[in-house]
Design a protein around this ligand. Structure first.
Ligand SMILES: Cc1cc2nc3c(=O)[nH]c(=O)nc-3n(C[C@H](O)[C@H](O)[C@H](O)COP(=O)(O)OP(=O)(O)OC[C@H]3O[C@@H](n4cnc5c(N)ncnc54)[C@H](O)[C@@H]3O)c2cc1C
Length: 388
C-alpha cells in the first residue's frame, strides 16, 4: 500500500510531491502520482505554449520548489539573463526559465519514478485507507489520498459556440485537448475573450496572420497586474475571509476578488500598438450566434462579422473538477459540500475526510481566490504537510 496517492500531476500535484520528497516526509516508493497524461505538468505546458505566453503573470517567488528563492538561484546558476528572463517590478519569470526550473526540480527528485499514467474513475473509503479505481479497472490502495485535479477538463463553451461546433464550424476552445494546428488556420480569425489567454493568443497569431486577427470581448479590457489583489496572498484579506462562516458568501467573495478576464498592462499596450499598426482588430461586442454556412459571427447588435476560424479563450466553467466520479463517494461518506458543490474541508489541513485531502480549485473555499494558482499550490501544500 502507498503512503500517499496524488490524483493529478499538474502545478498543484507536483508542488505537493516536490515538498513531500524534498522534506523527506515520504520516499519515492511511498508516493504515487496518478495522471491522465504521460508526463508532469503536461496541461500547464500545453496551455501556455499554445497561447505563446512569454512571461508568467505571477512573481518569481511563486514556483514549485521549497525555497522561495530557488528560481532566482537557478537562474543565476544556469546563466539566464536577468533582463531577458525577469519582467517588471515583480520579477515575473519567463515561461522558458520557469519551465526549465520545474524540469530540473522534477528530474532531481526522480518524480517520474512515482508516476502512473491512468484516468481515475472513482475512489472509496476503506477501514483506515483509501482505494482509487482507474479506467482500466485497476484498484490501488493508499493511506492518504490527495485530489489535485485542475479545470482543464472544463473549458467553458458559450451556448452559441456549442451549437456552431455541432454544425462542424471551425470553432475551438484554446484549452480543449487537441487544438488543431494554429499555423494552418483559415482566415480571418476571431478570438473570443478579454483575458490574458485571449490577449497572448491574439498577439501571437497577429504575427502569423497580420491584419487577419480580431479580438472580440464583451466589456472594456480591464488592466490588472495579477488575477487577484496581492492582499489575497496573506493575512491582509485572508484573515477576514477565514472568519466568513457562510460558504455561499465565501464563494461570492472569491468571484468578486478575481479579476476574471483581465490583462496585464504590457499586454494591453501590446494590443493597442498592434491595433494601431493594423495587425489586429479590437472589437468590443457580444456574440449572439455563428452562421456556419456564411462563416460569420452575429453580434447582439445584429451586425455580422467574417470569421472563418473562431477560437474561444473563454476560460473554464465552474463545476468542481472530478465531480462526475466523486458523486458516489460524496453520497456514501456524507462528505460536506457547499451550495456551489465545492468541498468544505478542515481549515488546518484541507482534509475532507480522514486521509482525504484537496488542493487547487477543490480547496478554493479555504485557500481563497489564489487557490488555483501557483501561490495557492504552495499554501495548500503547507497545510497538507501539517497532517503528514
Ligand atoms: C494560460 C494560463 C496561464 C497561467 N498563468 C499563471 C501564472 O502565471 N501564475 C499562476 O500562479 N497561475 C497561472 N495560471 C493558473 C494555474 O497555475 C494553471 O492553470 C495551472 O496549470 C493549474 O494547475 P493544476 O494542477 O490545478 O491543473 P492542471 O495543470 O490541469 O493539472 C491537473 C492534472 O490532473 C489530471 N487529472 C484530472 N482529472 C484526472 C483523473 N480523473 N485521473 C487522472 N488524472 C486526472 C490532469 O491530467 C492534469 O494533468 C495560468 C493558467 C493558464 C490557463
Amino acid at each position: 500500500m502507498k503512503k500517499m496517492i496524488i490524483v493529478g500531476g499538474g502545478i498543484q500535484g507536483c508542488t505537493l510531491a516536490i515538498h513531500l520528497l524534498k522534506m523527506k516526509k515520504l520516499d519515492n516508493h511511498e508516493l504515487l502520482i496518478i495522471d491522465k497524461n504521460n508526463k508532469p505538468l503536461s496541461n500547464w505546458k500545453e496551455c501556455t505554449n499554445l497561447i505563446s505566453m512569454p512571461f508568467l503573470r505571477s512573481p518569481s517567488v511563486h514556483h514549485l520548489d521549497v525555497n522561495p528563492f530557488s528560481l532566482e538561484k537557478f537562474s543565476k546558476k544556469e546563466g539566464f539573463h536577468k533582463v531577458k528572463h525577469f519582467y517588471g517590478y515583480y520579477d515575473r519569470p519567463s515561461l522558458e526559465m520557469f519551465n526549465e526550473h520545474c524540469e530540473a526540480v522534477i528530474n532531481d527528485l526522480d518524480i517520474v519514478s512515482c508516476w502512473k499514467q491512468a484516468s481515475v474513475t472513482g475512489i472509496e473509503k476503506q477501514q483506515g485507507y483509501w482505494t482509487v479505481e482507474t479506467e482500466e479497472g485497476e484498484v490501488i490502495e493508499a493511506e492518504n489520498l490527495v485530489l489535485a485535479m485542475g479545470l482543464r477538463e472544463h473549458p467553458y463553451w458559450p451556448k452559441w459556440a456549442e451549437k456552431a461546433s455541432s454544425e462542424n464550424a471551425h470553432i475551438h476552445h484554446v484549452f480543449q485537448k487537441e487544438v488543431p494546428d494554429l499555423n494552418a488556420c483559415s482566415i480571418p480569425i476571431s478570438i473570443i475573450g478579454g483575458g490574458i489567454s485571449a490577449a497572448h493568443l491574439a498577439l501571437s497569431l497577429s504575427k502569423k496572420y497580420p491584419g487577419q486577427v480580431s479580438l472580440i470581448y464583451r466589456k472594456d479590457l480591464e488592466v490588472h497586474t495579477f488575477d487577484s489583489d496581492p492582499g489575497w496572498q496573506g493575512p491582509m484579506y485572508m484573515d477576514k475571509f477565514k472568519q466568513i462562516q457562510d460558504y455561499s458568501i465565501r464563494r461570492k467573495t472569491i468571484i468578486e476578488a478575481r479579476h476574471k478576464g483581465s490583462v496585464t498592462k504590457e499586454l494591453y499596450l501590446g494590443l493597442k500598438s498592434a491595433e494601431k499598426s493594423g495587425k489586429i482588430k479590437l472589437i468590443k461586442n457580444e456574440v449572439q450566434s455563428y452562421c456556419t454556412e456564411e462563416k460569420k459571427l452575429v453580434f447582439q447588435s445584429g451586425e455580422t462579422y467574417d470569421a472563418k476560424t473562431v477560437l474561444l479563450a473563454t476560460g473554464f466553467h465552474s463545476t468542481p473538477p472530478g465531480i462526475q466520479w466523486l458523486k458516489s463517494v460524496i453520497k456514501h461518506e456524507n462528505l460536506r459540500c457547499a451550495k456551489c458543490g465545492y468541498p468544505i474541508v478542515s481549515p488546518e489541513t484541507l482534509e475532507w475526510d480522514q486521509g482525504l485531502f484537496v488542493m487547487g480549485p477543490l480547496a478554493e473555499l479555504e485557500i481563497g481566490p489564489v487557490s488555483r494558482n501557483i501561490a495557492g499550490a504552495r499554501r495548500a501544500t503547507e497545510r497538507i504537510l501539517r497532517a503528514i
